[in-house]
Design a protein around this ligand. Sequence first.
Ligand SMILES: N[C@@H](CCC(=O)N[C@@H](CS)C(=O)NCC(=O)O)C(=O)O
Length: 203
Amino acid sequence: MKLFYSAASPFVRKVVVLLHELGKTDDVALEEVQSTAFASDAGLAASNPLAKLPALVRDNGTTLYDSRVITAYLDDLYEGGLYPAGGARWESLTLEATGDGIMDCAVSMTYEIRLRPEAQQSPDWIEAQWAKIDRALSVLSARWISHLSGPLDIGQISVGCALSYIDFRHGARNWRQGNEALAAWHERFAARSSMGATKPPAG
Ligand SMILES: N[C@@H](CCC(=O)N[C@@H](CS)C(=O)NCC(=O)O)C(=O)O
């Protein structure tokens, strides 16, 4: 299989962390692409009409996207157990959606700051996105620490990658203040070898 890949993307990182956790990195070749909302990579767009990363090309030639579909597929393929069965499944999926939603907001802020000409940037938009992240962090702190501290699941992987992305692109936001328990959980999660192996390069 082949994964359209960028080391800076938190959505891609989710997929690669899952592969590390399942011990299956050798099964998926990484194809690095430079693709932005303003300049889509042609090869990626041919496989995923939305031209978003990640996209997984399977050995039969069909492509899966987006990250949630890819992680669910790989977990199913390898019987990884990162999407628990029964009632716990909905908790894991909701936690995954929370992590993914934080990524959506944080990536949107990055695009506003890094891709749009300064005169066209909207500080109100950036702050509105941060307000969503801030609310989500408060809810993670208030209601999810026990789940985050339980057996590894896709929700933890998503939230771990989302928090690390905030550090990577929006480190000045000081998200740990007021979220001390979440910060302590993240410190432990970030020490996993899967996270160490998928650290984005600076820049
Ligand atoms: N919901 C998608 C979001 C993917 C996404 O936004 N990826 C970004 C990279 S971090 C991207 O490819 N952006 C390029 C674009 O918007 O054209 C997923 O979970 O895969």
